[in-house]
Design a protein around this ligand. Structure first.
Ligand code: GLN
Length: 551
């Protein structure tokens, strides 16, 4: 590993509109630099007042990603982890809320020595201090800093100010990348550069000139357009990088490299590539592009009112984890969303579950659609359809088993029925106390907890091939230990236990009864990465493919 004299900072900002792949761009640049032999870290800045993403409605914000240290962040941290094949922490994330909170707390403890504490410079200084903290901790060669939202938005001005101040102090160590969008209105039939020009002007008025422009568009950006952007935005033509829409996000680093982006960045810092090692990543992309078979996975969840798009966005990590496992087997994943509420109205519809090579019931909150999911789980259990339950999915699988196998007809979770007479899923005492005090933010069982896997030949023991594992959590309710004996006696396999709190982490059905029936209290999807698919997702997909062959 090269040890550079000084850490280099690359700020990634968005122009024209959000949602055009700033996170994927940041993650891809990070991947490229890693493959050139550098040590890379990244920070996501979210400009909202929420201290973290944990208290936000998924319809508002998409998925909440969870790190080992229990941070609830936005999904971009997941992108960074997936692209870099590394784990990140609270030091890789900040929001306006978290920045203000530290400044105010410091003021209250007189750490500013009686000074007047002001928005400028104290807020940008805190932002810079956090970047420097990550630098000290990681000793990274490069730190990428993605500023959420778009330039010109009132709420990201202070972050742009931090970027400008850092550049002023370390002029040779800072680079600015603008990810912009080139619309192609049907009526004109031509890609328009004007919005990008305005975005650059806005950035200029914040004292920042971009060094590189990533030109996002439906199709590749041609020469004349590149020249136009170059002239009007003041960047070299070679630094206008064409970034057309593509099928798989994992192809983005490969496409950027076709435009020589990595070397352009290094040249600007006066650096040379340490090695060229994109082999693993290229092999991944080749597997994605040349599948030899298909695997069809159904995800049974509830519909959010704003339509499919937001809904899928809320389960990015689950979807990516299925993809990683599929790519591992050179299979093309076909993932379909199945609305659980329709099963509540018409049980006949459950038959459609047979079309799939595997069914996932993912995490979730609240009672809507829950009975439909329980019906789907029952159907999978009885019809030997591979089933994988995640978090809420495990809780519902427990309820289903309690009701229909143990004959505890009134079994339920106190989340959906607070006075339930048979609370097989219940909240722990410490959680109840937190909620009484209205302490909602950052108080669930969050982040990494250990899980001891039973020595017996279970699905999980085989998948992990280990005795002690660690997985990430995000939930308030648990399998009620009072019912453990009854469940086990009726044949449920408790395959994993958290040793410190003696909580059930994994339930399964024995292989002789079902080809693949496993459900976990944690969120394995958060640890899955394209270069290292999660063992349980891998086994689930392997089984699905095997079943398909046997049909
Ligand atoms: N609602 C459940 C709980 O709080 C499950 C949470 C989840 O699936 N992440 O325990």
């Amino acid at each position: 590993m090269l040890s550079m004299q000084k850490t280099k900072y690359i700020f990634v900002m968005g122009g024209v509109m959000s949602g055009i792949g700033k996170g994927i761009t940041t993650a891809s640049i990070a991947r490229i630099l890693k493959d050139k032999g550098f040590f890379v870290s990244a920070i996501k800045i979210d400009p909202y007042i929420n201290v973290d993403a944990g208290t936000m409605n998924p319809i508002e914000h998409g998925e909440v990603f969870v790190t080992d240290d229990g941070l609830e962040s936005d999904q971009d941290l997941g992108n960074y982890e997936r692209f870099l094949n590394e784990n990140f922490s609270i030091d890789n994330y900040m929001t306006t809320g978290s920045v203000y909170l530290s400044v105010i707390q410091r003021e209250r403890s007189m750490e500013y020595g009686g000074k007047c504490v002001e928005v400028v410079p104290h807020i940008p200084e805190e932002v810079i201090a956090r970047i420097k903290k990550l630098e000290r901790k990681t000793k990274a060669d490069f730190i990428l800093i993605e500023i959420g939202g778009t330039v010109g938005e009132y709420q990201n001005l202070l972050f742009l100010e931090a970027a400008r101040m850092l550049k002023l102090r370390q002029v040779k160590d800072v680079l600015f990348v603008l990810v912009s969008y080139l619309p192609m209105p049907n009526s004109i039939g031509e890609m328009k550069t004007k919005p990008t020009q305005y975005a650059v002007r806005t950035l200029n008025s914040a004292g920042i000139q971009p060094d590189i422009i990533i030109a996002r568009a439906g199709v590749p950006v041609d020469g004349p357009r590149k020249r136009k952007i170059s002239i009007f935005c003041g960047v070299d033509e070679k630094d206008v990088i064409s970034a057309p829409d593509i099928k798989s996000i994992y192809e983005v680093p490969v496409n950027f490299e076709k435009e020589n982006l990595g070397n352009r960045i290094l040249q600007k810092f006066g650096l040379v590539s340490q090695r060229s090692d994109g082999r693993e990543w290229k092999k991944l992309v080749s597997n994605i592009k040349n599948p030899t078979r298909e695997v069809k996975i159904g995800i049974v969840g509830k519909y959010f009112k704003t339509g499919d798009f937001t809904l899928m966005d809320s389960y990015i990590s689950v979807i990516e984890a299925v993809k990683h496992a599929s790519y591992f087997f050179k299979a093309k994943p076909e993932i379909e969303w199945l609305d659980s509420e329709k099963y509540e109205q018409d049980s006949q519809l459950l038959k459609e579950l047979k079309k799939y090579n595997g069914i996932i019931v993912p995490g979730g909150f609240g009672s809507r659609g829950v009975e439909g999911k329980i019906k789907a789980i029952e159907y999978c259990r009885k019809n030997k359809i591979p089933f994988f339950g995640l978090c809420l999915g495990m809780q519902l699988a427990t309820i289903e088993f309690a009701r229909n196998v143990c004959n505890i007809k009134k079994a339920n979770s106190t989340e959906f029925e607070p006075d339930c007479p048979e609370p097989v899923i219940d909240m722990m005492l410490e959680q109840k106390d937190l909620l009484k005090e209205k302490k909602y933010g950052g108080t669930m069982r969050l982040g990494a907890y250990k899980c001891y896997l039973k020595p017996q030949a279970t699905i999980s023991r085989k998948a992990y091939n280990a005795e002690l594992i660690s997985e990430r959590h995000r939930h308030r309710y648990e399998l009620n230990n009072k019912y453990r004996d009854a469940l086990e006696k009726a044949g449920l396999v408790i395959a994993g236990i958290n040793p410190e709190k003696d909580l059930v982490e994994i339930i399964e059905l024995p292989h002789k009864l079902h080809p693949f029936f496993a459900a976990v209290q944690f969120h394995p999807e958060f640890q899955s990465k394209p270069l290292s698919p999660h063992p349980l997702f891998r086994e689930f997909v392997r089984n699905g493919l095997k079943q398909k062959q046997q049909k």
